[in-house]
Structure formats: C-alpha cells, structure tokens
Design a protein around this ligand. Sequence first.
Ligand code: MHF
Ligand SMILES: O=c1ccn([C@H]2C[C@H](O)[C@@H](COP(=O)(O)O)O2)c(=O)[nH]1
Length: 283
Amino acid sequence: MKQYLDLCRRIVDEGVWVENERTGKRCLAVINADMEYNVGANEFPLVTTRKSYWKAAIAELLGYLRGYHNAEQFRSIGCNTWNANANDNEAWLKNPYRKGEDDMGRVYGVQGRNWRNSKGEEFDQLQKIYDDLRNGVDDRGEILTFYNPGEFHMGCLRPCMHTHTFSLLGDTLYLTSSQRSCDVPLGQNFNQIQVFTLLALMAQITGHKAGKAYHKIVNAHIYEDQLELMRDVQLKREPYSAPKLHINPKIKTLEDIETWVTLDDFEVEGYEHHEPISYPFSV
Ligand SMILES: Nc1nc(=O)c2c([nH]1)NC[C@@H]1CN(c3ccc(C(=O)N[C@@H](CCC(=O)O)C(=O)O)cc3)CN21
Ligand SMILES: O=c1ccn([C@H]2C[C@H](O)[C@@H](COP(=O)(O)O)O2)c(=O)[nH]1
C-alpha cells in the first residue's frame, strides 16, 4: 500500500500537466514507476485508503485469460469496466470494424489467445507459456503480449498493461508486467490486483511456487477531475495492513480457468478499508 500512496503523492507533488487529445482532459503525469508485489508472502496489494472492488478486477483478468472480446462477456462474470470503452467512445462507434453493441474488437485477451499473423494464422500465446512452464521450461521468451500495432485500428482501446513476462528460477515463478499508460486512481487500483493474481494463478496451475511480481509503469497519471479527491481525501487517510488472497486450490489447469472458475473461487481475508471514493472515469 505504501508504494501506491508514494506514487500518488509523487504525481501530486512532481507531476507535469499534459493535454490528452483522446479524452479531451488534462492529466498530471510522471514517467516511470516500479511497483513490486510479494506474491510468495501473499501480501495482496489491495488499496485500503478507499474501498476497492477487487472482485471486478479479478473478473477482468479472467476475461483476458479467456480471450473475451465483448463487454457483455465481462458483465456476465461480474465486471462492468468495459461498457464505456465498448459503447460510449465516439471514435470506436464510428469504426467499421466494430461488430455492434458491446463489441470491443481485437484487444487484450483476443491478442493473448488468438494472435494473428499476416497469413491469418493464429497463435495462442498463453497456451504456449502454460505448456512450457508446466514442463519446467523457461525459454527466456515466456511472453504474453496484448500489444499488436498492426491491429490497433481493430479495437476500442490500445492495451494499457500490455505485456506479461514469466520467468522460472528453480521452482519459483516470477512475473514482470509492463504498462504504457496508467490511470492511477482507477486503473492502478485494478492493475496491481491483476498482476498479483496473474502470478498466483499461473504458479498454481503450473505447479510452482510464486515469487515476486514486478510491475513497470511508463506514464502514470491522475486526470484533472480526479485530483482533488486524491489530494484532499484519499491521500489524507492512513492505510491499513495488507490483506491475503485465497484462491480455490481445486483450480489446477488452464482449462479450469477457461471453463468453470468464477469469482466464488477467490476470497480475501482481513480486508480493512476506508470509505469508498467514486472517481470520475474518462472514456
Ligand atoms: N480512463 C480509463 N481508466 C482506466 O483505468 C481504464 C480505462 N479508461 N479503460 C479501460 C479499462 C477499464 N478500467 C476500469 C474501468 C472502470 C473502473 C471503475 O469504475 N472502477 C470503480 C468501480 C468498480 C466497480 O464498481 O466494479 C472503482 O471505484 O474502482 C476501473 C477500471 C481500467 N481501464
Ligand atoms: O488496465 C488499464 C486500462 C486502462 N488504463 C487507463 C490508462 C489511461 O488513462 C486510459 C487509456 O488511455 P490511452 O489514451 O489509451 O492511454 O486507461 C489503466 O490505467 N489500466
């Protein structure tokens, strides 16, 4: 929690104002933030200085791992975060690749599970990583990337947290996640849960111990309409200690994640938090 608050404080104290054309809003931004989560010690990085809707964040991750392409699929597993980008963004509504209501296009998990080359052949990046790790193999290229510049025009948003690299040292699995753009009040609240949970889940289904997860953020920002709430409310609160995440031990394979896992398979123990804060969202 301290590293999250340090990042928020750093943006408030040292951030530079930048115009953002896509949203039409200004952001206070810093460049380069390194976050580290101790998954092995089960220090779940849940924000405690406001109520965090951690289940929605895990649902979003499950949707990515399943290759979801539609906001309705996300809603059906308890996640509302893609409604606005799928249905309220002018540029996407006019895009000829949009296949109607709720379609998100070729973003995130679609790239992770159905990457396409110029011949139309598809690659399942996650399956390859899973098969290697289960066999104890790390070929130094265990990379799940959602970043496909050749298909940006076919999706509602370029991926923000775009690349997850897995590494095996002995019987311990590590994760390094890279993010180009981070809405710290809203997005980071979810993203740090997702980095942690992704490593915990992959370690569990590939039969390894979880080590640390390293989360590298490039542009970390607070939108102008979020600043007051962050500076004058959230940053004035004292954090509580980190809760623990419990994942159903019956989850043993990638197929389990693809087929029957729900939010009931995740529990948080010892989550003490302050009152909710509702931050404005920019589409
Ligand atoms: N401007 C922006 N910020 C983001 O963080 C973001 C995007 N756009 N677009 C794509 C996804 C969607 N994400 C989102 C979208 C909404 C919430 C959100 O509204 N969170 C609320 C309530 C969550 C709930 O009730 O389930 C929160 O208080 O955390 C969080 C992340 C993260 N990403
Ligand atoms: O997982 C996510 C997804 C999105 N965001 C934020 C970061 C930015 O504020 C917007 C995306 O806008 P771009 O103009 O494409 O950078 O969404 C996030 O923090 N985490």
